[in-house]
Write a protein that binds this ligand. Structure first.
Ligand SMILES: C[S@@+](CC[C@H](N)C(=O)[O-])C[C@H]1O[C@@H](n2cnc3c(N)ncnc32)[C@H](O)[C@@H]1O
Length: 284
């Protein structure tokens, strides 16, 4: 049984980067009338109670969304993401954090299919009771890596694939790369989002370059790669220093959305002098 539960980490700095990018990918996909399918291979529970036992254990959200909650003069794309989180906290207190499925539930149009995969039985049950009755929605308990093959290309012929593993098992690193290659070989136009932790592991250090190379080989609309580093690893080399988001075939305008926010995020979320961002892209 996997030990990872996203509830421990909900709303942390990595979720901020991931969900900022997700919000703007979904907004830009909705700019065209034609429906698109969102496939979330590692969906989690859907949403998280920040006052719950898990989220309170290390209260990671306090150094993530918590640092943005009362800030004013946010760059517009960042304010948009925070407002999406606010829509789950209508009384103004930060008590709920939306996971990727909850964010999708407010940004997808009713006719945009949503396909969610989650392996952990408890998170799967929470996800199913949250979104199982949404039209055009599949909620499946199973291995999202293995399921991907059967999902592509989607009937809608427009699609976003979010690959957001917990990387609890080292095998997740090569599987994430295979999932990217498999996706592009079946559906070269897919907009693929890959989240990668910045941790002291050779697999984690190599994966961003490998994902970019896979995109160079097969994606017609290139890629963008954002890295946000907020803290130092501890003396033993453990800890999540930051995270990468790579978007393959990014929608037009996404680069500007992300570029407008990263300096502010370094300032707001940085926990040491070395906090920084890197934004690279190859957009043919
Ligand atoms: C980082 S969390 C996902 C967070 C979610 N995407 C979000 O943004 O709110 C990773 C999730 O993947 C689940 N998981 C782990 N291995 C899996 C697999 N092979 N297939 C599907 N889900 C898996 C874990 O139980 C965990 O809930």
């Amino acid at each position: 049984m996997l030990a990872y539960r996203h509830a421990f980490h909900a709303g942390n700095h990595a979720d901020v980067l991931k969900h900022l990018v997700l919000v703007h990918v979904l907004r830009r996909m909705a700019a065209k009338d034609k429906p698109y399918t969102l496939i979330d291979t590692h969906a989690g529970a859907g949403g998280y109670a920040l006052e719950g036992r898990y989220a309170q254990k290390k209260a990671e959200y306090r150094n993530g969304i918590g640092r943005l909650w009362d800030r004013t003069a946010l760059p517009e794309p960042l304010a948009d993401y925070v407002n999406v989180v606010r829509s789950f906290n209508p009384d103004g207190r930060l008590t709920q954090y939306p996971g990727s499925p909850a964010i999708a539930s407010v940004l997808l149009r009713p006719t945009d299919p949503l396909h969610l995969f989650e392996l952990h039985p408890s998170d799967y049950r929470a996800l199913r009771s949250f979104l199982g009755r949404r039209p055009h929605t599949k909620v499946a308990m199973g291995d999202g890596f293995a399921a991907l093959k059967g999902e592509l290309p989607p009937a809608s012929r427009r699609g976003v694939v979010l690959i957001d593993p917990s990387y609890e098992l080292k095998g997740d690193y090569p599987k994430a790369l295979s999932a990217v290659r498999e996706t592009l070989s079946r559906f070269a136009q897919a907009v693929v989002l890959v989240w990668i932790p910045q941790v002291q592991l050779v697999e984690a250090a190599q994966l961003p370059r490998r994902v970019r190379a896979a995109a160079d080989a097969a994606a017609p609309r290139g890629w963008l790669h954002a890295l946000l580093t907020v803290q130092q690893a501890d003396a033993q080399g453990f800890g999540l220093a930051g995270s990468h988001m790579i978007v393959i075939n990014p929608p037009h305008g996404l680069l500007e959305d992300v570029r407008a926010c990263l300096p502010f995020l370094v300032d707001a979320l940085g926990q040491y002098d070395g906090a920084r961002f890197v934004l690279e892209h190859h957009l043919p």
